[in-house]
Design a protein around this ligand. Structure first.
Ligand code: PEP
Ligand code: MG
Length: 540
């Protein structure tokens, strides 16, 4: 038995034979040509053929894996029409009198290098797309053979790396798991694995001679076992059967309402950290996004993300959610979430320090930039805003003033925006105690039980030594939750929970009895919480 470890990008267990993915041979030779214009015409003909192929792939992907993965092939079609790309190819053919294969490959290499040098993680990933689309055109020009997985039964797919067009051409019914040597957590393979709900590992340096050998992938611990011994195999067969049983039961809940036996409904939304998480939100049938932790955009960047960058991210999420509610929390930086370019002072008690809304209200440009981006994105879906770490009415009024100012600016500039609900996180005892007054100022409350527990019990949530003391079921917390909902409703606001406690199914019934209108949990917990809601009977 060979055991190898990699990085897990999606969990689950897969058992089956190994199939190694082979790349098409796209070795390009440089050849001199006599007639550049004829060669350019040959290039354009190949481009048209590539676009036709991409259209077929788009249609196939749309049917099999949905809009997000399919969109990629549209972007590949656009790349083929990119003026810089086309001009570069034509220029190489004309000035160097070389064959189209060479001109296309050189252009693709140059552009991929430019993308790879960019700081932005998303743009870096585009290098793989340029290479992919370039290989397609070169393949057509040279009549190269097709790449693929040569398996006839469902298999664990091992590959050096998988380009998006390679993954979509695969017969999905034959793929049990993706295991690659390269690729990143943001890679398309990872997105696809999430969409297909199959385990995937990256960074596994597998041996070349394992084609056809039996293997096990454990996505939860990031391991692959090749030629497992009998005991391991039996252990995993049992684990897989248990997983399948649970998953099948939960699958049946997709498309079902979040309703108790006696007819009480609740909204079940998902928490996300960025655009890449939306796929699993949809996959798990969440009714919306109850917490978009926008600070991840700032954490992933080396400098302040611009209004345009933020707008693009928020708009994408709003569009992907297609009208379902998306609650974007404004920047919650500071404490454990440090970003160098904010140049925050070192503090003795950072959790009680200069963080979240305190930064936004004193660095107005940062705040305004983010609010402008969110309001602009609100035109493309149903977007709400919520402010973190609120302790006073005055803060809420200042936040609302800034939101009004942004709307006025956008009006003057003629930029459209939607109807945006404004809410606050209730995560400080101060906010709980004045929640009656706060409720009159906002559209909704979302309880951040992670911080509320920390501040109420005076326990640093980051300190592992205090894990046993950190009790979110403490009666003080539960009484506060009840007080928050009652005050919200009395003041005309709705109330939800977006802290980890919201996914605690031992409390689902209690949350329903308290009167919460919404629970926002990690995408993988949606169906489990739905199950708990549907098993509840409040009439008893
Ligand atoms: C919370 O505090 O419960 C919360 C949802 O916010 P975060 O965990 O991001 O602080
Ligand atoms: Mg918090």
């Amino acid at each position: 038995m060979i055991t190898m470890e990699g990085k897990s990008v999606f969990s689950g267990v897969a058992i089956g034979p190994v199939a190694i993915f082979t790349k098409a041979d796209t070795q390009v030779r440089r050849e001199s040509i006599e007639d550049p214009e004829a060669e350019i015409a040959r290039y354009h003909q190949a481009t048209e053929e590539a676009k036709d192929q991409l259209q077929v792939l788009y249609d196939k992907a749309l049917k099999e894996v949905g809009e997000e993965s399919a969109f990629l092939f549209q972007s590949h079609q656009l790349m083929l029409d990119d003026l810089d790309y086309v001009e570069s190819v034509e220029n190489i053919i004309r000035t160097q009198k070389t064959n189209a294969e060479y001109a296309v490959a050189t252009t693709g290499d140059n552009m991929a290098e430019i993308f790879a040098m960019m700081d932005d993680a998303y743009m870096k990933e585009r290098a793989a797309d340029v290479k992919d689309v370039t290989n397609r055109v070169v393949g057509i020009l040279s009549g190269a053979g097709s790449a693929g997985m040569h398996a006839t039964e469902p298999s664990i797919l091992l590959a050096d790396d998988l380009a998006p067009s390679e993954t979509v051409q695969l017969d999905k019914s034959l793929v049990l798991s993706f295991v690659t040597r390269h690729g990143s957590t943001n890679s398309h393979t990872a997105i696809l694995a999430r969409t297909m709900n199959i385990p995937a590992l990256i960074g596994v340096d597998y041996p070349e001679d394992c084609e056809g050998k039996m293997a096990i992938v454990d996505g939860a611990i990031g391991k692959i076992f090749i030629e497992p011994d009998e005991q391991t195999l039996n252990e995993y067969k049992k684990k897989k059967a248990e997983e399948e049983e649970k998953a099948a039961l939960l699958e049946q809940l997709k498309g079902q309402e979040n309703i108790t036996k006696d007819g009480r409904k609740i909204n079940l939304y998902a928490n996300i950290g960025g655009v890449k998480d939306v796929a699993s939100v949809l996959e798990n049938d969440a009714g919306g996004i109850g917490l978009f932790r926008s600070e991840f955009l700032y954490l992933e960047s080396d400098t302040y993300p611009t209004e345009e960058e933020q707008f693009a991210a928020y708009r994408k999420v709003a569009e992907m959610m297609a009208g379902k509610k998306v609650i974007i929390r404004t920047l919650d930086i500071g404490a454990d979430k440090q970003v160098d370019y904010f140049e925050l002072d070192k503090e003795d008690n950072p959790a009680l320090g200069y963080r979240a809304i305190r930064i936004c209200l004193t660095r107005e440009e940062v705040f305004k930039t983010q609010l402008r981006a969110i309001y602009r994105a609100s035109h493309y879906g149903t977007v709400s805003i919520m402010f973190p770490m609120i302790i006073s009415l005055d803060e809420v009024k200042k936040c609302k003033d800034m939101a009004a100012l942004v709307q006025k600016e956008l009006d003057v500039e003629g930029i459209p925006y939607g109807d945006v609900e404004l809410g606050i996180m209730i995560e400080t005892p101060a906010a709980v105690m004045i929640s009656d007054e706060l409720a009159k100022e906002v559209d909704f409350f979302s309880v951040g039980t992670n911080d509320l527990t920390q501040y109420t019990l005076a326990i640093d949530r980051q300190n592992p030594k205090l894990d046993d003391f950190y009790d979110s079921h403490h009666p003080a917390i539960l009484r506060m939750l009840k007080m928050i909902v009652d005050n919200a409703h009395a003041g005309g606001a709705w109330a939800g929970i977006c802290g980890e406690l919201g996914a605690d199914t031992t409390l689902t019934e209690e949350f329903l009895r308290m009167g919460f209108d919404e629970l926002s949990v990690s995408p993988s917990m949606i169906l489990r919480v739905r199950e708990a809601v549907r098993n509840t009977d409040l009439s008893k």
